[in-house]
Design a protein around this ligand. Structure first.
Ligand code: SF4
Length: 67
């Protein structure tokens, strides 16, 4: 299982996370700030979540692989 953390205060609304994995990330309509749809994601999303973490320009995403 993958635990997903987002820091709304760091987010700049770039949207790379949504493009990487739209089942886990969304953006608020008014200002584009990230909305976390799933804080505990299945292992098969690990590659996409690692990509989201890597692509986020403001280091607002942190993922944690939980055994
Ligand atoms: S990629 Fe990062 S900065 Fe962009 S919307 Fe997602 S969390 Fe926010």
């Amino acid at each position: 299982m993958i635990r997903v953390h987002v820091d709304e205060n760091r987010c700049v609304g770039a949207g790379h996370c949504v493009r990487a994995e739209a089942r886990v990330f969304d953006q608020r309509d008014d200002d584009g700030i990230v909305v976390l749809l799933m804080s505990e994601a299945p292992d098969e999303l690990r590659d996409a979540l690692e990509r989201a973490e890597r692509l986020c320009p403001s280091q607002a995403i942190r993922i944690e692989v939980v055994a």
